[in-house]
Design a protein. Structure first.
Length: 95
């Protein structure tokens, strides 16, 4: 049975991704608070920012779920093939 190599995330990469997300969200929130515009304009932009963040999180989940489904399907197909190969005996004679 062949093993697939799964790429692993390092702790530094994970920390960088979390920090980048937090910093960008904080910076945009502060910018919206101090934006010299009417409150309804700031609220509209804040709503757009919130929609962008939630859409990004959902997209990440969908991509991850699709990748996991692909991996499971590949493993099931590989297991079926391995079973067929182990059960096949080309020298067996049926009488």
């Amino acid at each position: 049975m062949s093993k697939s190599i799964q790429p692993q995330q390092t702790a530094a990469f994970y920390a960088q991704a979390v920090a980048s997300f937090g910093i960008s969200l904080t910076a945009m929130t502060v910018a919206l608070i101090y934006l010299p515009a009417q409150p309804w304009v700031r609220a509209f932009l804040a709503l757009g920012l919130l929609y962008t963040v939630t859409s990004t999180v959902v997209l990440c989940k969908v991509v991850r779920d699709r990748q996991e489904l692909s991996d499971v399907t590949t493993r099931v197909d590989q297991a079926r093939l391995d079973k067929l190969l182990t059960e096949h005996d080309p020298f067996r004679v049926d009488s």
